[in-house]
Design a protein around this ligand. Structure first.
Ligand code: COA
Length: 297
């Protein structure tokens, strides 16, 4: 589908995207690049980063991949520094890295809960914190009036409640709180806009294959107010709006891009099937062939 935006709306903007090697993060990297941005992607798997960077460069996008885990402060720091050193500034930070799996609260260990909080919530805060020096007005590579912008990817699970995703719901609720609090503080102090996007189920993502494996979720389309699962492109377009001048007065909001699905009641999942399948799905996710994710251009 052709973009409704001009191809130069992010011209000259350096964008760092965590989790940018696959799924929604990779689509944002692609679309931002096609709209003029230079791209740095951060992820844990070198092979995934390498093939994603090759795919971006084959489209004529100036792109780099930096290995790192958002749970480690030293990685966050070195990736932010590498972005500035290689690309000359840092204008947009997109926090798309996330971790999840289906499990009932009863079967979830505190460490499992903590792991997802660490990736999604603490990881998002850590990346924002490390990037502040470059994003704030007057920071290295920018003028004294204009700050950069941050986009945090969250979810809609915590608007109501979600079966067998207590850890993800809690983590994404914290991400939304981070978005609003930083928008307040850093908007006032540093001219940084901070917004979020809450995607619904998006086809072709690791998230959908883990949280709605086909074995237990073949009926998902029937529950959708728009009767379709979203596309990565839908989220990338929302991100373009928020990070370009089109969204220059938007601060502290989270755009829900889910076709209206969160308005329907949480759909109960069969607990026994979740119990049987969650580890199988986790293993499948880790063993899946590594390669450049297919992007809808
Ligand atoms: N069911 C229940 N508990 C699970 C689980 C499952 N399917 N998968 C992992 N856990 C638990 C582990 O048992 C462990 O807890 P314990 O020490 O009490 O046993 C804890 O979670 C951490 O697991 P570990 O394998 O050490 O974590 P990791 O850091 O290697 O992986 C994950 C983190 C589990 C979040 C992994 O799925 C991941 O890396 N995800 C990133 C990709 C992703 O999920 N993308 C989708 C984004 S929407």
């Amino acid at each position: 589908m052709a973009s409704p935006f001009r191809s130069d709306i992010l011209k000259g903007k350096v964008t760092l995207i965590t989790g940018g090697g696959s799924g929604i993060g990779f689509e944002i990297a692609t679309q931002f690049g096609l709209h003029g941005a230079s791209i740095a992607i951060m992820g844990r798997r070198k092979q995934v980063l390498d093939s994603a960077v090759a795919a971006l460069r084959s489209l004529g996008i100036w792109a780099f991949g930096f290995e790192g885990d958002v749970r480690k402060q030293e990685d966050a720091s070195s990736v932010v520094e590498s972005t500035f050193n290689n690309l000359g500034s840092l204008d947009i930070l997109v926090n798309a890295a996330a971790g999840n799996f289906l499990v009932s609260a009863e079967d979830l260990s505190p460490n499992g809960f903590r792991t997802v909080m660490d990736i999604d919530s603490v990881g998002t805060f850590t990346m924002c914190h490390q990037a502040l020096k470059y994003l704030k007005k007057g920071g290295p590579g920018r003028n004294s009036l204009t700050g950069g912008t941050i986009i945090n990817i969250s979810a809609t699970l915590h608007y109501t409640a979600a079966w067998y995703q207590i850890h993800v719901s809690a983590a994404k609720a914290a991400v939304d709180a981070i978005t609003r609090n930083l928008a307040l503080e850093w908007g006032a102090d540093h001219d940084i806009r901070v917004n979020g996007i809450a995607p619904g189920p998006i086809q072709g993502t690791p998230g959908l294959s883990k949280l709605a494996p086909e074995e237990i979720n073949s009926k998902i389309r029937e529950d959708m107010p728009l009767y379709r699962i979203g596309e990565k492109w839908d989220i990338a377009m929302a991100a373009l709006y928020l990070s370009s001048d089109a969204g220059k007065y938007v601060n502290g909001t989270t755009i829900i891009a889910d076709g209206g699905m969160w308005l329907s009641s949480p759909r109960r999942l069969p607990k026994d099937a979740v119990k049987q399948l969650s580890r199988v799905v986790e293993k499948r996710s880790r063993n899946s062939p590594v390669g450049a994710p297919k992007s809808k251009l």
